[in-house]
Design a protein around this ligand. Structure first.
Ligand code: ZN
Length: 437
């Protein structure tokens, strides 16, 4: 059998992605890590009111809620060439810790959770879990409480399965009763201390217990991302959907940012895609349009010139796609067979669950050809509904030609997903080409 070796450049790029994912257990850390990457390449943080007197070569970023981020580089003749956008999302399916989280049963302390997004819940069992997110503390100003990121980085929790001896049918499929069983175990104790979690947070953050006002906390898999396969042809990590695209597009923009090209180069990543994008920092929010509008004014455009930019612009809505699974090959459409390490995959849906049309797909094919990367196609089987992305949602307020595409993975929405090492390299190449072509 032919052994396909993975070039060193691909291993290196994939390793960068895996390290990024390891540092980004929730949307908050993902956003902060992106900001670090951009800052290191000279991008300055802007507030909307500071987007004035912009000129060719200016570069910066803007954060919304600490969980969404937009970066830009001003290229040549920006108002003639429009926005060139790659959009992704910072969030991934997981379990969110409920406000009154402590539940003690049989002298075992458990945390109450809610399901966030459409996770493959069976993958959450029998593996060490940790907690990350943000904590909001008293600051002396009620309207400006202090926000601190928190990541325990230790195996704090576990969700043990019911043993096979008590459910002999387990291998035929287990119904997961969310309210009853999605309570990860965190300690042993006879009494129910209601502020047990607040104490843990105060300890971790080194602050007073009574300064803790609230938290947004999510579980994540403790084990680190890694390569898999005889030739490291696969990557195995949580949150490939969609830190894969998030890392690649921002990193590429940062890397090529000193070579200004036509138009206004944009990388963006929104929050809450996995639950419909309907928050102020989600793709359905006006914040993307507001930012683009402020940016256009900063470049000297008037309102009409800003509106005119939409017809000159192009967006890649970048997410993950379903590679054909060798053990479940019948779930893929017979004439569309996206493969791991087969390259960026255009996603098409008559329902407009993907925003791709012939026009936006044609441009994307040309981009892939220019970047010298292969290009694949995905459509759902006609009898399967499939998922969606931010593309059709951003298109409502930012009406630009948009292609939906993704990097092919297996096990989408599992706590650990499987992707292709070479695909990281391909997507990185494509993003660099897009921002510098
Ligand atoms: Zn996604």
């Amino acid at each position: 059998m032919a052994v396909k070796t993975i070039p060193n450049a691909a291993l290196e790029q994939a390793e960068n992605l895996l390290n990024f994912i390891g540092r980004a257990p929730s949307a908050y850390q993902a956003t902060a890590e992106v900001a670090k990457i951009m800052s290191a390449k000279g991008f300055r943080e802007y507030q909307l009111k500071d987007l004035t007197n912009l000129k060719r070569g200016d570069k910066g970023y803007y954060q919304k809620n600490g969980s969404a981020i937009i970066a830009f580089v001003v290229g040549d003749e920006p108002l003639e060439n429009g926005f060139r956008i790659i959009g992704a999302h910072t969030d991934s399916p997981t379990l969110r810790i409920k406000p009154n989280a402590i539940s003690v049963n049989e002298s075992v302390v458990r945390l109450c959770t809610e399901v966030y997004g459409g996770g493959l819940l069976n993958s959450y069992f029998d593996r060490p879990l940790s907690l990350a997110g943000r904590c909001v503390l008293k600051s002396g100003d009620s309207f400006k409480p202090e926000v601190r990121l928190v990541d325990f980085q230790e195996p704090l929790l576990i969700l043990p399965n019911l043993c096979i001896h008590m459910n002999r049918e387990a291998n035929e499929g287990v119904k997961i009763e969310r309210q009853k069983v999605l309570l990860p175990i965190v300690a042993l104790s006879d009494e129910c201390e209601e502020d047990w979690l607040d104490k843990l947070l105060a300890d971790e953050l080194g602050c007073d217990l009574d300064s803790i006002l609230d938290y947004d906390l999510y579980i994540y898999e403790y084990d680190k991302p890694c390569f898999v396969g005889r030739n490291k042809e696969f990557i195995s990590a949580g949150r490939l959907d969609n830190l894969f695209s998030t890392f690649c597009c921002f990193n590429a923009l940062a890397e090529v940012s000193d070579h200004v090209r036509p138009g206004i180069q944009i990388a963006l990543a929104t929050d809450h895609e996995e639950v419909g994008s309907g928050s102020k920092q989600g793709a359905a929010s006006a914040f993307i349009r507001d930012f683009l509008e402020a940016l256009a004014y900063g470049l000297g455009a008037n309102r009409q010139e800003f509106l005119d930019l939409h017809d000159k612009s192009y967006m890649i809505s970048a997410d993950c796609a379903h590679a054909v699974h060798p053990n479940y090959a019948e779930y893929a459409d017979p004439t569309h067979r996206p493969a791991i390490n087969g390259g960026p995959t255009i996603k098409v849906a008559a329902s407009q669950a993907y925003s791709t049309d012939a026009y936006s797909a044609a441009i994307f094919r040309e981009l892939c050809a220019g970047a010298e990367v292969p290009c694949q196609l995905f459509v759902n089987r006609s009898d399967l509904r499939g998922g969606s992305t931010i593309g059709p949602i951003t298109s409502r307020l930012v009406p630009v030609a948009t292609v939906d595409m993704g990097m092919p993975i297996w096990g989408m929405h599992s706590i650990r997903e499987t992707g292709g090492t070479l695909d990281v390299y391909y997507f990185d190449k494509l993003c660099r080409h897009f921002y510098s072509a």
